[in-house]
Design a protein around this ligand. Structure first.
Ligand SMILES: NC(=O)c1ccc[n+]([C@@H]2O[C@H](COP(=O)([O-])OP(=O)(O)OC[C@H]3O[C@@H](n4cnc5c(N)ncnc54)[C@H](OP(=O)(O)O)[C@@H]3O)[C@@H](O)[C@H]2O)c1
Length: 358
């Protein structure tokens, strides 16, 4: 069973290494493509991947590949996924699914037309404590859900001299903290609470200029070199084109309210869901257990056992291929999150509440 799905990876940068680890456990790695062939070669050597190429089209032409994993900058998700699906390959794509709703819609409709399986990286769904929370909320013992409040922030860009990589450019990344980090909480909000009907968002840039990038290198490599003072930092700077911090109010279709804050300048990871009878709190720091409190009590760990946490980011995708199922998260969930992102961008431009398009 393990060897039945043969994977071609497109992109061999920072996150590709975690993907390779997941694929290796559950499928067969057949080929890897990356713009700089050297990146692909290094990954191929570590994971024993037999074929390496520079051009993703070459990889898609291979008959020995059933499915493709995309870990490139955001602007390439759409063209690569479309080409892969047209070539009959199933596609697992990193988040955010695309640059905008139009692209994401085309990706989902192409998947349906080509009858291939899809998956999108939705990492929050793997945390055992959040799986437990999802079950408890569905069972409804805590009563009506009132509010969902989430923070998902990583301070990797806090230093103003961290260089202007593709993540700061609209043409390659789309939005900033919103699409890169907020997308996780949008997916969590939909998964845990329900469909988001309206958003009211503000996107802020605090570091408006950054030194130009003078060398190649993937995300993790650049962060290490920068941390160790080994990165060449030129005086010349360029404009940061997308948000450092995003904050957003939510109205859910079921009447719940919510908020999401995502930042690339600060650090915090938490989800709180307040219901009629119980409040739940989860934080990524510490033991990551789900906490609960009722009236006038301290938060204490939820006693129900957590579901097992053996799945990787690609388990559901591979099961969907093997069993011919369409369990979430597929491109449908990627599209839904993209439409919330799009509404948030519009709300920031126009001010006030914006409906999330269906
Ligand atoms: N970094 C994280 O912690 C993280 C976490 C979760 C999700 N993600 C998501 O993962 C994706 C990739 O992020 P990353 O941090 O891994 O980026 P990255 O380190 O910059 O790597 C991007 C990769 O894409 C390759 N690439 C660029 N243009 C290409 C092209 N035309 N054809 C083929 N390959 C091309 C790059 O090639 P070369 O460098 O070889 O030229 C590199 O291997 C994004 O969607 C991001 O949001 C990242």
């Amino acid at each position: 069973m393990k060897d039945s799905v043969r994977i071609g990876m497109i992109g061999a940068g920072h996150i590709a290494w975690s993907h390779a680890e997941a694929w290796r456990k559950e499928a067969t790695l057949a080929a890897v493509a990356s713009r700089r062939i050297e990146s692909a070669r290094i990954l191929a050597e570590r994971y024993d991947i037999p074929h390496v190429c520079r051009d993703f089209g070459e990889l898609l032409n291979r008959g020995d590949i059933d499915a493709v994993g995309i870990t490139t900058p955001h602007h390439l998700h759409h063209p690569i996924a479309l080409a892969a699906m047209e070539a009959g390959k199933s596609v697992f794509c990193e988040k955010p699914l695309a640059l905008n709703g139009l692209q994401a819609r085309e990706m989902w409709s192409t998947a349906q037309r080509c009858e291939v399986k899809t998956g999108v990286q939705s990492g929050m769904r793997l945390f055992p404590a959040l799986r437990l929370l999802s079950r408890l909320l569905r069972e409804g013992k805590a009563g009506q859900i009132h509010t969902f409040d989430a923070h998902w922030s990583f301070d990797w860009a806090r230093q103003p001299d961290f260089p202007l990589t593709w993540r700061f450019l609209r043409a390659e990344a789309g939005s900033g903290a919103l699409g890169d980090l907020g997308v996780y909480m949008i997916d969590a909000a939909r998964w845990l609470v329900g469909e988001i009907a309206e958003v009211n968002a503000e996107l802020a840039v605090y570091i408006a200029q950054r030194p130009l990038l003078t060398s190649g290198g993937h995300f993790g490599e650049l962060r290490r070199l920068h941390r160790e003072g080994e990165l060449d930092i030129p005086c010349e700077t360029g404009k940061v084109e997308n948000d450092d911090v995003c904050q957003m109010l939510l109205r859910f279709e079921n009447g719940a309210r919510g908020s999401i804050r995502a930042s690339r300048l600060h650090q915090e990871h938490s989800i709180r869901v307040d219901c009629e009878r119980t409040s739940y709190l989860w934080q990524m720091s510490g033991d990551r257990r789900l906490m609960e409190r009722s009236s006038e009590a301290e938060y204490t760990p939820v006693q129900d056992p957590e579901p097992p946490g053996d799945d990787t980011i690609v388990t559901t995708f591979l099961n969907n291929i093997r069993l011919d199922e369409d369990e979430a998260p597929t491109f449908r969930e990627g599209l839904a999150a993209q439409l919330v992102i799009e509404a948030a961008v519009k709300s920031n431009e126009t001010g006030g509440w914006v409906d999330v398009a269906c």
